[in-house]
Write a protein that binds this ligand. Sequence first.
Ligand code: AMP
Ligand code: ZN
Length: 201
Amino acid sequence: MTSKRKLEENLDGNKVSSKKSVPFWKTGLLSSMHDPELQVYKDDKLIIIKDKYPKAKYHFLVMPKENIPNLKSLKKENIDLLKHMHEKGKEMAEKSDADLKFRLGYHAVPSMSQLHLHVISQDFDSPCLKNKKHWNSFTTEYFVDSEEIIKELEKNGKVVKDVASSQELLKKDLRCHVCKKEMKTIPALKTHIKEHSYKKS
Ligand code: AMP
Ligand code: ZN
């Protein structure tokens, strides 16, 4: 007997069929964690991989070894782990290019399962950055700084990110993340952002 499947779309724009439980494509990070081509660091608590579809010159994902599906699953006991993920992410950014600006943060509405901290350089210079959803997921309130998440967990013992679904990312304007100028298209935006410097001042 065949199970009923529905079509979903991940942030990389692929229409993917899924079962009602955890769709198989959402678990891709769990296998990539152990892929020697992608893994760049590991210790007893976490693994760092290169993002398979990097949205900037440098784009890493820091993941805990223990099973933590998402921000909502976080508890006070995880504060030290989040701090460790932040420190190791920062080290990876420094090692990649100490002069380049990076942000470390989480998607308020992630598409993939298993908690992952994005460490992403702010040039957004990558052929994998293709659409409005990609852009707005890294440059609006959908991208929440790691330090803000840690503070919220310290204060409230949980993380509640009240943003609408990722479909809302399509309704937002397309704006340069540096000067906030509104751009009409992704190609125009990609040309425009080359005008800015992403070096630490
Ligand atoms: P998020 O929206 O926070 O869930 O982002 C998931 C990230 O994982 C995106 O930046 C994707 O480019 C990346 N990604 C998707 N599938 C894989 C995979 N199989 N291995 C490594 N990275 C992936
Ligand atoms: Zn600009």
